[in-house]
Design a protein around this ligand. Structure first.
Ligand SMILES: Nc1ncnc2c1ncn2[C@@H]1O[C@H](COP(=O)(O)OP(=O)(O)O)[C@@H](O)[C@H]1O
Ligand SMILES: [Mg+2]
Length: 446
């Protein structure tokens, strides 16, 4: 992409309404524009990162054996009356009527709808296990939407639902989700710690939230500091193996880590030596639940068991806050100049800054770099505007591409360009082909 042809409405001024850094930076970098309270348009740069995050979520869900599909955003109230949640859900549910006076709602979550699909089409234990998931817009009429995409009213969420014959199988599905989530967040450059949480309106007993530690997080968290040393890395895992998934589950949840809702000071003191006790704040980027037959029983989602008798299926649901993740990643990775995208989610792989637009040699060198990067399957963003170098650097730093190649007549005389790392600020002079090769190498290793 050439910046002169792109749509990147960066703001010079810091928007007054934004209270936290990620919200400020998303507005300043032209990633989102508020349309109504807690409702945003995703401008091209923000949309690109949203898609990257979404793709990682898809890849990791499919790797775990989960099946993508899509349900509508508008649902009939009838199914929610069956489960009893139409009245329970309260003011957060956006309700409306169609022209025939029928009650509709904008999906805040979709346990009822997916259970209805299941009971209509699945009747035997032989069709289990089954996990269906979607990435779809949700609406919750939050009392206090704030912090931009972090707590929106309309937000993009991955929601997955497992159907299993037994509790044991459903707990395996729970563990499988835990493992796939650890991989998912690490690919985005995030450490998200599973913490014991409260189940809220979804109901159920077993639930963990995944929290990214950040001062601006809305949850207070309490944990054993050794937890932050755990890394999933690129372990090879067999998602069908109950033992392997269980082992990861125990490794990552075996230490004290809880949100304020379930925190128990006495247990904290008993289980964790004082020097390892940490109290901090965190951003919830996902949550997994096992809730057994809470929906399958009232809604009649049964299968024929081994003995031919109908048994209600054991279920769980599992969410990732896809749009919230943009905010969480920026909270975890920025400096006073702007965003620093982890390579896994960056909107463009590499920036190209032409210090002297219109100079024949500099323009030709930039064009050549642009083509070589693209030929290697990378997406560069070439700042080809007739602007001062300072302005170009400020824009690149603000939008946070991990790598930048700077091209100017002086370097070209010596046959070099400059390759700069956004994270460390370090630069090195290299012949253009080597700069391209180095950038390609970094992304190839991911
Ligand atoms: N209002 C919101 N804005 C953005 N993301 C949200 C919002 N509410 C929930 N999410 C994200 O969706 C994920 C799954 O939702 P869920 O656990 O049902 O939400 P909650 O715990 O807030 O009730 C959460 O972990 C969070 O990352
Ligand atoms: Mg939650």
């Amino acid at each position: 992409m050439r910046l002169s042809r792109y749509f990147l409405p960066v703001l010079k001024e810091t928007p007054a309404e934004a209270q936290i850094v990620s919200h400020r930076l998303m507005l300043r970098a032209g990633m989102i524009k508020q349309s109504a309270s807690g409702i945003y348009s995703w401008l091209p740069l923000g949309f690109k990162v949203l898609r990257k995050i979404e793709n990682i979520v898809h890849e990791e869900q499919i790797r775990a054996g989960h099946i993508p599909f899509q349900m509508p955003t508008l649902q009939s109230a009838d199914l929610w009356r069956e489960s009893g949640r139409y009245d329970d859900y309260g003011e957060e549910m956006l309700r409306m009527k169609d022209r025939h006076g029928r009650d509709l709602l904008f999906t805040p979550t979709a346990e009822e709808l997916v259970t209805d699909i299941f009971r209509s089409h699945v009747s035997s234990y032989k069709d289990l296990p089954l996990t269906l998931y979607q990435i779809q817009w949700k609406f919750r009429d939050e009392i206090r939407p704030r912090f931009g995409v972090m707590r929106g009213r309309e937000f993009y969420m991955k929601d997955g639902y497992n159907f299993d014959l037994t509790k044991e199988d459903a707990l395996h599905a729970y563990n499988r989700h835990l493992v796939s989530y650890l991989r998912t967040y690490e690919r985005m450059g995030l450490q998200a710690i599973p913490m014991r949480a409260d189940s809220g309106p979804i109901g159920g007993d077993d639930t963990h939230e995944f929290l990214v530690l950040a001062e601006t997080g809305e949850s207070e968290v309490f944990y054993d500091s050794v937890i932050t040393d755990l890394k999933f890395g690129d372990r090879d895992i067999d998602y069908d193996s109950h033992e392997q998934c269980q082992a990861v589950m125990e490794e990552f949840t075996g230490r004290y880590a809880r949100t304020d809702e379930t925190h128990d000071e006495a247990a904290f003191e008993a289980q964790v030596p004082q020097e390892r006790r940490r109290t901090a704040r965190g951003i919830e980027v996902g949550q997994i639940f096992y809730f057994g037959t809470k929906y399958s029983e009232p809604m009649g989602a049964t299968v024929q068991g081994h003995d031919g008798k109908p048994v209600p299926v054991h279920m769980g649901s599992h969410g990732i806050g896809v749009s919230r993740l943009l905010g969480a990643i920026i909270e975890a990775s920025h400096d006073d100049k702007g965003i620093i995208w982890p390579e896994g989610v960056t909107p463009f792989h590499c920036g190209i800054v032409n210090l002297k637009q219109g100079d024949e040699e500099a323009d030709a060198a930039c064009d050549a770099l642009y083509q070589s990067l693209r030929a290697l399957g990378l997406e560069p963003l070439y700042d080809d505007r007739k602007e001062r170098a300072g302005g170009k650097f400020a824009t690149m730093d603000l939008i946070g591409l991990p790598w930048r190649i700077t091209v100017g007549p002086r370097g070209l005389k010596n046959g070099v360009v400059e390759l700069t790392c956004r994270q460390t600020g370090e630069s090195e002079e290299l012949p253009p082909e080597q700069a391209v090769a180095k950038v390609a190498q970094i992304y190839a290793e991911m």
